[in-house]
Design a protein around this ligand. Structure first.
Ligand code: G3H
Ligand code: 13P
Ligand code: ZN
Length: 311
């Protein structure tokens, strides 16, 4: 199975009432942990790369590692640019072998968002690459960009038909109250999502794949481990898994997870180094990190996304 686009994955997920996980990757151990999990559960997979990940690891290293993962497992894997901020980075990723790009024009006016998204779609589609657009703005931190609660905004369902028709995008990320990072909801306050917006958007776009960003649950077990072994994370609250399961059974076909992976890696490294303070072999402390990622992703695939056995 070569590296694929998300087209077939999304049409099966839409009709099957499940979602495909889109996991952020930054290095070999994260790629291996995720792909081992998908391979063991026979799940379709989207590996996504941010601008920050490309800066850290270099495009070519991540691309070659993902190609190796595909050759090793035989899984259908889609390689996606996460939060492309302009045409240039989208073009560079398309030219560099990605099968999917996100153009995140959500910080622009509606008209400018349509203009740059359409430009990316024209370039991408003529090369067999699919495009994700975004309407509405999520709160939180991604790369060096931080969006405050005041700057964030829910998606306006009355704009979605015009946006999708005018741009030709293949999927649409919407803002319904999830946010980036580990601190999504105030501790002690019951988390809530605007399922009414999701429902209205799906009514207006029948059969069209919706994307949920900021969908980490902020797994308590990892936060506790980090704090038990020398970390000092404040109370962190993610998206409850029952809400994610509800979203996955609807028009949501792609669910973005990064923070949970970071927590899994950090918990593994911290515990190992705390228990073995004289250790200085990266293979020793990155093994529990990779194991944590594998177990976390298996849990997501089976218990949250429902895409096990769908590859
Ligand atoms: O939504 C953004 C992802 O969590 C990627 O984060 O830009 O720091 O790599 P990053
Ligand atoms: P989390 O920070 O909730 O993992 O969200 C990741 C994301 O949306 C990547 O685009
Ligand atoms: Zn995101």
């Amino acid at each position: 199975m070569p590296i694929v686009t998300s087209k077939e994955m999304f049409s099966k997920a839409y009709t099957g009432g499940y979602a495909v996980g889109a996991f952020n990757v930054n290095n070999m151990e994260i790629i291996q942990g995720i792909t081992e999990a998908a391979s063991q559960t026979r799940a379709p997979l989207i590996l996504q790369v941010s601008a920050g990940a490309r800066k850290y690891a270099k495009h070519i290293y991540l691309m070659k590692l993902i190609e190796a993962a595909e050759a090793d497992t035989g899984l259908p894997i889609c390689v996606h640019l996460d939060h492309g901020e302009d045409f240039e980075i989208c073009r560079s990723c398309i030219d560099g072998g990605f099968t999917s790009v996100m153009i995140d024009g959500s910080k622009h006016s509606f008209e400018e968002n349509i203009r740059i998204t359409k430009q990316v779609v024209e370039y991408a589609h003529s090369r067999g690459v699919v495009v994700e657009g975004e309407l509405g703005r999520l709160e939180g931190v991604e790369d060096e960009i931080s969006v405050s609660a005041e700057e964030s905004s829910y998606t306006d369902p009355s704009q979605v038909e015009e946006f999708v028709t005018a741009t030709g995008v293949d999927s649409l990320a919407i803002a319904i109250g999830t946010s980036h990072g580990a601190y999504k909801f105030k501790p002690g306050v019951k988390p809530s999502l605007r399922f009414d917006i999701l429902e209205e958007v799906s009514k207006r776009l029948p059969g069209f794949p919706i994307v949920l960003h900021g969908a980490s649950s902020v797994t308590a077990q990892f936060v506790e481990t980090i704090n038990a072994f020398g970390g000092a994370m404040p109370d962190a609250v993610g998206v409850p898994e029952d809400m994610l399961r509800k979203a996955c059974s609807s028009a949501v076909c792609k669910v973005n997870i990064d923070s949970d992976i970071r927590l899994a890696v950090t918990a593994g490294v911290r515990k190992h180094m705390f228990e073995n303070p004289s250790d200085f072999d990266p293979r020793k402390y990155l093994t529990p990190a990779r194991d944590n990622v594998r177990e976390l992703v298996k849990h997501k695939i089976i218990n949250v996304l429902g895409c096990d056995g769908k590859a």
